[in-house]
Design a protein around this ligand. Sequence first.
Ligand code: C2E
Ligand code: MG
Ligand code: MG
Ligand code: MG
Length: 282
Amino acid sequence: HAKYLGGDGYQFYSDNLQTHGIERLQLENQLRKALDDAQLVVYYQPKQDLPGGALRSAEALVRWQHPQHGLLAPAAFIELAEETGMIVRLGEQVLQQACAQASQWYQNGQPMQIAVNLSVQQLRQRGFAEQVAAVLLATELPAHYLQLELTESMLLEQLDVVEQNIAALRALGVSLAIDDFGTGYSSLAYLKRFPIDTLKIDRTFIAGLQQGAQDAAIVRAIIVMGHSLGLQVVAEGVEDEAQRQLLRDYQCDQLQGYLIGRPMPANELTPHLARELPIDSL
Ligand code: C2E
Ligand code: MG
Ligand code: MG
Ligand code: MG
């Protein structure tokens, strides 16, 4: 059994960073400066493989080391970044850092596949897939050690450029996951149209696993459906042992959540990783 890994201890600032009026403008200027001054840091939350229990992958989650307010969670600034378009630069920086870190783990003989969250604004950029290819090349990371997380709503975009980027990313060998699966539109047609290889079941369904029959039925159905489409299925927000047992029984492929480990700096995660030869079948 994997141990519970460390705390992440960030603050949320629901009060003094409330984003309206002058404070919002201030925060916007501070975020622009943060992008210029490299104040964004990437935390890594491990995922556990089932049934073996190994840690071979992690999700990259952005944090802002704010000069006055301390370490801020995405809830304090992602929406603002989206609204101002700064999310594109933010996403570039997270991708760059995450690939550099994954490359370091790879070269140390502790290969980890790193999942990076995307904004739809990145996918709407012409040449986005080429940018990703350039980052992989520069960091010397084999493409299959990068997973990009999309949301269901992004796949409903009718833009050709989004579809072209997704196809080009898959052609590079990058893994593509659908984040928060089950919370968006229930049309599953996009699973046919897009070269997705992984589903991440939203944590609200995992939270309800022991509460009654409904969430358990939904989780089992997603796993069975995912497997019959040849997809890997990840459970998000696994917080207790009973959930782990159920998900193991349902043959879920990977677990992510506080039970396995909190998001943490790379150097805190490294000691928990096994040393092994690179696995090319990830
Ligand atoms: P997400 O991609 O669904 O990431 C999972 C969130 O669930 C993370 O919150 C993580 O800390 C939290 N989490 C993990 N395990 C548990 C658990 O067992 N219980 C509970 N209650 N929560 C758990 P975080 O780090 O605050 O990130 C929030 C959201 O911000 C992410 O949700 C993602 O949508 C967005 N985000 C984070 N980093 C980036 C980024 O680099 N780019 C973009 N575009 N969005 C990002
Ligand atoms: Mg995610
Ligand atoms: Mg998620
Ligand atoms: Mg989520």
